[in-house]
Design a protein around this ligand. Structure first.
Ligand SMILES: Nc1nc2c(ncn2[C@@H]2O[C@H](COP(=O)(O)OP(=O)(O)OP(=O)(O)O)[C@@H](O)[C@H]2O)c(=O)[nH]1
Length: 161
């Protein structure tokens, strides 16, 4: 996972699978270590259409007959679990809680299948990221490595020979 210079990282789990949330922390969080300190972290619970008592299946009403609730699975991950993970991510990143965006603002529940909340997620992320990019541009170039610079170019010598 390449995170250097990323403005935002979207960590996605499956709301019907608690293990997927745990794995975000155990397996994937460490891979974001190269992200800049101002990188935004967004936690997304996907597949809400699969679970009982969710909003994610409303878009489906016209497309297929409503199945009995037995075809739905129990939601294993609640918003509070995602908020708690977000707070642990901020701690891991050593971001002071008073400076970090609120967990409620950075955690979303979506369905890629029905499209539920997908626009809201990306619009919210763009609205947060664009001011950061503008600020960075105004502050001048970052410490990007220029790969086009020849590595065997010798530094200028001091003195006459
Ligand atoms: N019902 C439902 N299925 C989804 C949703 N998003 C993805 N899937 C399905 O989940 C399966 C895995 O999707 P991928 O995009 O490969 O995601 P992944 O993270 O590699 O795999 P998983 O960990 O198995 O979810 C595919 O069959 C997708 O069609 C969703 O919001 N709702």
């Amino acid at each position: 996972m390449y995170c250097r210079s990323a403005s935002a990282i979207i960590l996605t789990y499956d709301v019907s699978n608690m293990q997927s949330l745990l794995e975000l922390e155990d397996r994937f969080l460490g891979l974001t270590d190269t992200a800049n300190s101002d990188c935004l972290f967004v936690v997304v619970g996907n597949k809400v259409d699969l679970t009982d008592g969710n909003e994610g299946d409303k878009e489906f009403e016209g497309e297929r007959p409503r199945t009995s609730s037995t075809s739905k699975v129990r939601k294993q991950v609640n918003s509070e679990d995602a908020h708690a993970l977000y707070k642990r991510i901020m701690k891991y990143r050593m971001v002071d809680e008073s400076y970090a965006p609120a967990a409620e603002k950075m955690c979303f529940e979506t369905s890629a299948k029905t499209g539920h909340n997908v626009d809201v997620l990306f619009e919210s992320v763009f609205n947060m990221v664009i001011p950061l990019i503008m600020k960075k541009k105004a502050n001048g170039p970052d410490d990007t490595v220029n790969l086009s610079q020849s590595s065997n170019e010798k530094p200028p010598k001091n003195g006459c020979c």
